[in-house]
Design a protein around this ligand. Structure first.
Ligand code: NAD
Ligand code: WQD
Length: 335
Protein backbone atom coordinates (compact mmCIF):
# COMPACT_ATOMS: atom_id res chain seq x y z
CA UNK A 1 0.00 0.00 0.00
CA UNK A 2 1.29 3.46 -0.98
CA UNK A 3 1.52 6.13 1.72
CA UNK A 4 2.29 9.80 1.16
CA UNK A 5 4.54 11.25 3.86
CA UNK A 6 4.80 15.03 3.62
CA UNK A 7 7.89 16.47 5.27
CA UNK A 8 9.29 12.94 5.11
CA UNK A 9 12.90 14.09 5.02
CA UNK A 10 12.50 16.01 8.28
CA UNK A 11 13.33 14.82 11.78
CA UNK A 12 10.16 12.93 12.72
CA UNK A 13 9.03 12.18 9.15
CA UNK A 14 12.26 10.35 8.26
CA UNK A 15 11.91 8.05 11.28
CA UNK A 16 8.31 7.34 10.30
CA UNK A 17 9.36 6.53 6.73
CA UNK A 18 11.80 3.96 8.14
CA UNK A 19 9.10 2.30 10.29
CA UNK A 20 6.60 2.30 7.40
CA UNK A 21 9.12 0.68 5.05
CA UNK A 22 10.01 -1.85 7.75
CA UNK A 23 6.31 -2.77 7.87
CA UNK A 24 6.14 -3.23 4.09
CA UNK A 25 4.38 0.02 3.12
CA UNK A 26 5.48 1.76 -0.06
CA UNK A 27 6.36 5.35 0.73
CA UNK A 28 6.21 8.49 -1.39
CA UNK A 29 7.82 11.53 0.23
CA UNK A 30 7.04 15.14 -0.54
CA UNK A 31 9.44 17.70 0.91
CA UNK A 32 10.62 21.14 -0.22
CA UNK A 33 13.93 20.74 1.66
CA UNK A 34 13.30 24.00 3.54
CA UNK A 35 14.43 22.33 6.77
CA UNK A 36 16.11 19.12 5.63
CA UNK A 37 18.64 17.81 3.13
CA UNK A 38 18.45 15.27 0.33
CA UNK A 39 21.11 13.19 2.15
CA UNK A 40 18.39 12.00 4.53
CA UNK A 41 17.23 9.73 1.69
CA UNK A 42 20.59 7.94 1.89
CA UNK A 43 20.19 7.52 5.64
CA UNK A 44 16.73 5.97 5.15
CA UNK A 45 18.08 3.63 2.47
CA UNK A 46 21.04 2.62 4.65
CA UNK A 47 18.62 1.49 7.37
CA UNK A 48 15.85 -0.13 5.32
CA UNK A 49 17.67 -1.12 2.15
CA UNK A 50 14.84 0.55 0.27
CA UNK A 51 14.69 3.94 -1.43
CA UNK A 52 11.37 5.75 -1.02
CA UNK A 53 10.00 7.72 -3.98
CA UNK A 54 10.85 11.39 -3.48
CA UNK A 55 9.20 14.48 -4.99
CA UNK A 56 10.62 17.91 -4.24
CA UNK A 57 7.54 20.07 -4.03
CA UNK A 58 6.29 23.02 -1.99
CA UNK A 59 2.88 22.12 -0.59
CA UNK A 60 1.84 25.78 -0.52
CA UNK A 61 1.73 25.56 -4.31
CA UNK A 62 -1.84 24.43 -4.93
CA UNK A 63 -1.36 23.59 -8.61
CA UNK A 64 1.61 21.32 -7.85
CA UNK A 65 -0.38 19.58 -5.12
CA UNK A 66 -3.26 18.91 -7.53
CA UNK A 67 -0.82 17.67 -10.19
CA UNK A 68 0.76 15.36 -7.64
CA UNK A 69 -2.56 13.75 -6.67
CA UNK A 70 -3.54 13.44 -10.34
CA UNK A 71 -0.29 11.58 -11.05
CA UNK A 72 -0.60 9.39 -7.95
CA UNK A 73 -4.28 8.52 -8.03
CA UNK A 74 -3.67 5.41 -5.94
CA UNK A 75 -2.59 7.42 -2.89
CA UNK A 76 -5.38 7.56 -0.29
CA UNK A 77 -3.36 7.64 2.92
CA UNK A 78 -1.34 10.63 4.02
CA UNK A 79 0.82 11.35 7.03
CA UNK A 80 1.28 15.10 7.12
CA UNK A 81 4.43 16.43 8.84
CA UNK A 82 5.38 19.33 6.56
CA UNK A 83 5.29 22.53 8.58
CA UNK A 84 7.56 25.13 10.15
CA UNK A 85 8.21 24.42 13.83
CA UNK A 86 10.36 27.10 15.48
CA UNK A 87 8.24 28.70 18.20
CA UNK A 88 10.42 31.85 18.50
CA UNK A 89 10.57 32.38 14.74
CA UNK A 90 6.78 32.11 14.57
CA UNK A 91 6.49 35.13 16.86
CA UNK A 92 8.78 37.12 14.51
CA UNK A 93 7.16 35.88 11.29
CA UNK A 94 3.52 34.99 12.06
CA UNK A 95 2.31 35.12 8.46
CA UNK A 96 5.01 32.71 7.31
CA UNK A 97 3.79 30.26 9.95
CA UNK A 98 0.10 30.70 9.19
CA UNK A 99 0.82 30.26 5.48
CA UNK A 100 3.22 27.33 5.71
CA UNK A 101 1.40 25.41 8.42
CA UNK A 102 -2.15 25.91 7.19
CA UNK A 103 -2.22 26.29 3.40
CA UNK A 104 -0.60 22.86 2.73
CA UNK A 105 -3.15 21.34 5.09
CA UNK A 106 -6.06 22.94 3.23
CA UNK A 107 -4.56 22.06 -0.17
CA UNK A 108 -4.25 18.40 0.77
CA UNK A 109 -7.70 18.14 2.39
CA UNK A 110 -9.24 19.67 -0.73
CA UNK A 111 -7.66 16.89 -2.79
CA UNK A 112 -8.95 14.26 -0.38
CA UNK A 113 -12.50 15.59 -0.79
CA UNK A 114 -12.44 14.11 -4.31
CA UNK A 115 -11.71 10.59 -3.07
CA UNK A 116 -14.09 7.78 -2.19
CA UNK A 117 -12.10 7.05 0.98
CA UNK A 118 -9.00 8.56 2.51
CA UNK A 119 -6.90 8.41 5.66
CA UNK A 120 -5.11 11.40 7.13
CA UNK A 121 -2.72 11.66 10.07
CA UNK A 122 -1.82 15.10 11.41
CA UNK A 123 1.19 16.15 13.53
CA UNK A 124 -0.27 18.06 16.43
CA UNK A 125 1.45 19.02 19.63
CA UNK A 126 1.10 19.08 23.40
CA UNK A 127 1.54 22.82 23.01
CA UNK A 128 -2.27 22.99 22.49
CA UNK A 129 -2.73 22.29 26.23
CA UNK A 130 -0.54 25.20 27.44
CA UNK A 131 -0.14 24.88 31.20
CA UNK A 132 -2.71 22.20 31.94
CA UNK A 133 -4.62 22.44 35.21
CA UNK A 134 -4.27 18.71 35.88
CA UNK A 135 -1.35 16.34 35.35
CA UNK A 136 -0.91 13.95 33.62
CA UNK A 137 -2.71 15.55 30.68
CA UNK A 138 -5.58 13.65 29.06
CA UNK A 139 -6.95 14.34 25.59
CA UNK A 140 -10.03 15.93 27.14
CA UNK A 141 -8.00 18.64 28.92
CA UNK A 142 -9.11 22.08 27.73
CA UNK A 143 -7.21 23.77 24.91
CA UNK A 144 -5.56 26.93 26.26
CA UNK A 145 -5.01 30.16 24.30
CA UNK A 146 -1.90 29.61 22.20
CA UNK A 147 1.37 31.15 23.44
CA UNK A 148 2.69 31.61 19.88
CA UNK A 149 1.55 31.70 16.25
CA UNK A 150 3.17 28.25 15.89
CA UNK A 151 1.03 26.86 18.71
CA UNK A 152 -2.02 28.51 17.18
CA UNK A 153 -1.39 26.78 13.83
CA UNK A 154 -1.68 23.42 15.62
CA UNK A 155 -4.96 24.42 17.30
CA UNK A 156 -6.42 25.82 14.06
CA UNK A 157 -5.04 22.84 12.11
CA UNK A 158 -7.00 20.48 14.35
CA UNK A 159 -10.13 22.63 13.93
CA UNK A 160 -9.78 22.61 10.14
CA UNK A 161 -9.63 18.81 10.19
CA UNK A 162 -12.54 18.50 12.65
CA UNK A 163 -14.78 20.79 10.57
CA UNK A 164 -13.86 18.96 7.37
CA UNK A 165 -14.48 15.52 8.87
CA UNK A 166 -17.99 16.63 9.93
CA UNK A 167 -18.99 17.09 6.30
CA UNK A 168 -16.74 14.44 4.71
CA UNK A 169 -17.69 11.03 6.11
CA UNK A 170 -15.25 9.38 3.68
CA UNK A 171 -12.34 11.20 5.29
CA UNK A 172 -10.86 9.44 8.32
CA UNK A 173 -8.37 11.44 10.34
CA UNK A 174 -6.24 11.14 13.44
CA UNK A 175 -4.35 13.97 15.13
CA UNK A 176 -1.41 12.86 17.24
CA UNK A 177 -0.43 15.33 19.94
CA UNK A 178 3.28 14.75 20.43
CA UNK A 179 4.93 15.59 23.71
CA UNK A 180 8.71 16.26 23.43
CA UNK A 181 10.34 14.08 20.73
CA UNK A 182 14.06 13.46 21.24
CA UNK A 183 16.74 11.00 20.13
CA UNK A 184 17.64 9.42 16.82
CA UNK A 185 17.63 6.09 15.04
CA UNK A 186 19.84 3.55 16.81
CA UNK A 187 22.02 3.21 13.69
CA UNK A 188 22.92 6.91 13.81
CA UNK A 189 21.95 7.17 10.13
CA UNK A 190 19.11 9.66 10.67
CA UNK A 191 18.41 12.16 13.44
CA UNK A 192 17.57 15.77 14.20
CA UNK A 193 19.36 18.44 12.13
CA UNK A 194 18.71 21.80 13.79
CA UNK A 195 19.60 24.80 11.62
CA UNK A 196 21.74 27.32 13.53
CA UNK A 197 21.51 27.49 17.31
CA UNK A 198 19.19 24.78 18.64
CA UNK A 199 16.15 26.03 20.51
CA UNK A 200 15.30 22.66 22.03
CA UNK A 201 16.94 21.18 25.08
CA UNK A 202 18.40 17.90 23.84
CA UNK A 203 20.15 19.12 20.66
CA UNK A 204 21.59 21.97 22.75
CA UNK A 205 22.85 19.45 25.30
CA UNK A 206 24.49 17.16 22.71
CA UNK A 207 26.06 20.12 20.86
CA UNK A 208 27.47 21.39 24.17
CA UNK A 209 28.69 17.90 25.00
CA UNK A 210 30.60 17.67 21.74
CA UNK A 211 32.04 21.19 22.05
CA UNK A 212 30.01 22.96 19.33
CA UNK A 213 28.47 25.16 22.05
CA UNK A 214 30.32 26.46 25.12
CA UNK A 215 27.60 26.12 27.68
CA UNK A 216 23.97 25.14 28.12
CA UNK A 217 21.73 27.71 29.79
CA UNK A 218 19.12 26.12 32.04
CA UNK A 219 16.10 28.40 31.88
CA UNK A 220 15.07 28.84 35.50
CA UNK A 221 15.39 26.77 38.68
CA UNK A 222 12.73 28.58 40.67
CA UNK A 223 9.70 26.72 39.31
CA UNK A 224 7.38 24.92 41.75
CA UNK A 225 8.86 21.49 40.94
CA UNK A 226 11.06 19.20 43.03
CA UNK A 227 14.38 20.59 41.75
CA UNK A 228 12.99 23.92 40.52
CA UNK A 229 13.40 23.18 36.78
CA UNK A 230 10.61 22.56 34.26
CA UNK A 231 9.19 19.12 33.65
CA UNK A 232 8.48 17.60 30.21
CA UNK A 233 7.58 14.23 28.74
CA UNK A 234 10.55 13.32 26.50
CA UNK A 235 9.64 10.60 24.01
CA UNK A 236 12.08 8.63 21.84
CA UNK A 237 11.48 9.55 18.20
CA UNK A 238 11.47 5.86 17.22
CA UNK A 239 8.63 5.17 19.66
CA UNK A 240 6.84 8.21 18.26
CA UNK A 241 7.37 6.90 14.73
CA UNK A 242 5.83 3.55 15.68
CA UNK A 243 2.75 5.37 17.01
CA UNK A 244 2.17 6.66 13.47
CA UNK A 245 2.23 3.13 12.09
CA UNK A 246 -0.35 2.08 14.72
CA UNK A 247 -2.53 5.08 13.84
CA UNK A 248 -2.26 4.36 10.13
CA UNK A 249 -3.22 0.70 10.60
CA UNK A 250 -6.22 1.77 12.69
CA UNK A 251 -7.47 3.89 9.79
CA UNK A 252 -6.56 1.45 7.02
CA UNK A 253 -8.30 -1.42 8.85
CA UNK A 254 -11.30 0.85 9.55
CA UNK A 255 -10.96 0.16 13.28
CA UNK A 256 -11.56 3.81 14.18
CA UNK A 257 -14.58 4.69 16.30
CA UNK A 258 -15.00 8.23 14.88
CA UNK A 259 -13.79 9.81 11.66
CA UNK A 260 -11.70 12.29 13.64
CA UNK A 261 -9.77 11.04 16.65
CA UNK A 262 -7.06 12.55 18.83
CA UNK A 263 -4.32 10.77 20.79
CA UNK A 264 -1.58 11.97 23.13
CA UNK A 265 1.77 10.47 22.22
CA UNK A 266 4.23 10.55 25.10
CA UNK A 267 5.80 8.25 27.68
CA UNK A 268 3.56 9.31 30.55
CA UNK A 269 6.66 10.14 32.62
CA UNK A 270 7.81 13.67 33.37
CA UNK A 271 11.52 14.54 33.65
CA UNK A 272 13.02 17.82 34.86
CA UNK A 273 15.73 19.68 32.94
CA UNK A 274 18.28 18.70 35.61
CA UNK A 275 17.22 15.05 35.38
CA UNK A 276 17.81 15.17 31.61
CA UNK A 277 21.25 16.70 32.16
CA UNK A 278 22.14 14.04 34.76
CA UNK A 279 20.98 11.24 32.46
CA UNK A 280 23.02 12.72 29.59
CA UNK A 281 26.13 12.91 31.82
CA UNK A 282 25.65 9.26 32.67
CA UNK A 283 25.21 7.95 29.12
CA UNK A 284 27.95 10.15 27.63
CA UNK A 285 30.28 9.57 30.57
CA UNK A 286 31.23 13.23 30.83
CA UNK A 287 30.27 16.35 32.76
CA UNK A 288 28.13 18.89 30.93
CA UNK A 289 28.98 22.58 31.16
CA UNK A 290 25.77 24.34 32.17
CA UNK A 291 24.60 27.33 34.17
CA UNK A 292 21.27 28.36 35.60
CA UNK A 293 19.85 31.51 34.01
CA UNK A 294 16.46 33.27 34.14
CA UNK A 295 13.20 31.72 32.94
CA UNK A 296 12.43 31.61 29.21
CA UNK A 297 9.25 33.46 28.28
CA UNK A 298 6.34 31.20 27.40
CA UNK A 299 7.64 28.05 29.14
CA UNK A 300 5.02 26.05 31.00
CA UNK A 301 6.02 24.60 34.38
CA UNK A 302 5.17 20.98 33.73
CA UNK A 303 3.61 18.87 30.98
CA UNK A 304 3.40 15.12 30.69
CA UNK A 305 0.92 12.86 28.98
CA UNK A 306 -1.77 10.56 30.19
CA UNK A 307 -1.20 7.90 27.54
CA UNK A 308 -4.09 5.61 28.55
CA UNK A 309 -6.05 6.30 25.34
CA UNK A 310 -3.07 5.60 23.05
CA UNK A 311 -2.21 2.49 25.09
CA UNK A 312 -5.68 0.99 25.12
CA UNK A 313 -7.40 2.28 21.97
CA UNK A 314 -4.43 2.58 19.62
CA UNK A 315 -2.65 -0.40 21.13
CA UNK A 316 0.62 1.53 21.22
CA UNK A 317 2.98 2.11 24.15
CA UNK A 318 6.40 3.75 24.34
CA UNK A 319 9.15 1.20 24.92
CA UNK A 320 12.37 3.20 25.17
CA UNK A 321 13.42 5.25 28.19
CA UNK A 322 15.09 8.62 28.64
CA UNK A 323 18.63 7.22 28.82
CA UNK A 324 18.14 5.17 25.65
CA UNK A 325 16.83 8.25 23.88
CA UNK A 326 19.75 10.40 25.08
CA UNK A 327 22.28 7.73 24.12
CA UNK A 328 20.86 7.62 20.59
CA UNK A 329 20.96 11.44 20.37
CA UNK A 330 24.59 11.36 21.53
CA UNK A 331 25.50 8.68 19.00
CA UNK A 332 23.87 10.79 16.26
CA UNK A 333 25.72 13.92 17.38
CA UNK A 334 29.04 12.05 17.32
CA UNK A 335 28.34 10.65 13.87
P1 NAD B 1 11.23 19.17 10.53
O1 NAD B 1 11.41 20.62 10.23
O2 NAD B 1 12.45 18.38 10.80
O3 NAD B 1 10.43 18.46 9.33
C1 NAD B 1 9.48 19.14 8.56
C2 NAD B 1 9.80 18.85 7.08
O4 NAD B 1 8.81 19.47 6.27
C3 NAD B 1 11.15 19.40 6.65
O5 NAD B 1 11.89 18.40 5.98
C4 NAD B 1 10.79 20.56 5.70
O6 NAD B 1 11.76 20.72 4.68
C5 NAD B 1 9.43 20.12 5.17
N1 NAD B 1 8.55 21.24 4.79
C6 NAD B 1 8.25 22.36 5.51
N2 NAD B 1 7.41 23.15 4.82
C7 NAD B 1 7.14 22.51 3.65
C8 NAD B 1 6.32 22.82 2.52
N3 NAD B 1 5.64 23.96 2.45
N4 NAD B 1 6.28 21.93 1.50
C9 NAD B 1 6.98 20.76 1.54
N5 NAD B 1 7.77 20.44 2.59
C10 NAD B 1 7.85 21.30 3.63
O7 NAD B 1 10.20 19.07 11.74
P2 NAD B 1 9.85 17.82 12.68
O8 NAD B 1 10.46 18.04 14.00
O9 NAD B 1 10.12 16.56 11.96
O10 NAD B 1 8.28 18.04 12.85
C11 NAD B 1 7.35 17.41 12.00
C12 NAD B 1 5.94 17.84 12.38
O11 NAD B 1 5.71 17.51 13.74
C13 NAD B 1 5.68 19.33 12.24
O12 NAD B 1 4.35 19.51 11.79
C14 NAD B 1 5.82 19.84 13.65
O13 NAD B 1 5.09 21.02 13.86
C15 NAD B 1 5.26 18.68 14.43
N6 NAD B 1 5.74 18.61 15.82
C16 NAD B 1 7.09 18.60 16.06
C17 NAD B 1 7.56 18.53 17.37
C18 NAD B 1 9.02 18.57 17.67
O14 NAD B 1 9.38 18.86 18.82
N7 NAD B 1 9.91 18.26 16.73
C19 NAD B 1 6.63 18.45 18.43
C20 NAD B 1 5.25 18.45 18.14
C21 NAD B 1 4.82 18.53 16.82
C1 WQD C 1 12.35 21.76 27.15
C2 WQD C 1 12.77 22.27 28.52
C3 WQD C 1 13.11 24.65 28.61
C4 WQD C 1 16.54 24.79 25.94
C5 WQD C 1 8.94 22.88 22.32
C6 WQD C 1 7.78 23.59 21.66
C7 WQD C 1 6.59 22.67 21.61
C8 WQD C 1 6.94 21.33 20.95
C9 WQD C 1 8.18 20.73 21.56
C10 WQD C 1 6.44 21.44 18.61
C11 WQD C 1 12.08 23.57 28.90
C12 WQD C 1 14.41 23.91 28.87
C13 WQD C 1 15.48 24.35 26.71
C14 WQD C 1 17.69 25.31 26.58
C15 WQD C 1 16.64 24.90 28.70
N1 WQD C 1 7.26 21.49 19.57
N2 WQD C 1 15.53 24.40 28.06
N3 WQD C 1 17.70 25.34 27.95
O1 WQD C 1 9.61 24.20 25.12
O2 WQD C 1 8.85 21.94 26.00
O3 WQD C 1 8.56 22.50 23.63
O4 WQD C 1 9.24 21.70 21.58
O5 WQD C 1 5.24 21.36 18.65
O6 WQD C 1 5.60 23.32 20.88
O7 WQD C 1 7.46 24.75 22.42
O8 WQD C 1 10.83 22.05 24.46
O9 WQD C 1 13.18 21.41 24.21
O10 WQD C 1 12.55 23.85 23.96
O11 WQD C 1 12.47 22.80 26.20
O12 WQD C 1 16.72 24.96 29.93
O13 WQD C 1 18.67 25.75 25.95
O14 WQD C 1 14.17 22.59 28.47
O15 WQD C 1 13.01 25.77 29.44
O16 WQD C 1 11.86 23.52 30.28
P1 WQD C 1 9.44 22.77 24.91
P2 WQD C 1 12.31 22.54 24.61
Amino acid sequence: MKILVTGGLGYIGSHVVVELQNEGFEVVIIDNLSNSTIDVLKGIKAITNKQPIFEKLDLRDKISVTDFFNTHEDINSIIHFAASKAVGESVEKPLLYYENNLSPLVNILQELQNKKASNFIFSSSCTVYGQADTLPITESAPIKPAESPYGNTKQVGEEIIRDTCKVEPNLNAIALRYFNPIGAHETGNIGELPLGTPQNLVPFITQTGIGKRDQLSVFGNDYPTEDGTCIRDYIHVVDLAKAHVSALKRLVNQDNDYNFEIFNIGTGKGSSVLEVINAFEEVSNQKLNYKIVGRREGDVIAAYADTTKANTVLGWKSELNLKEALLSAWKWENK
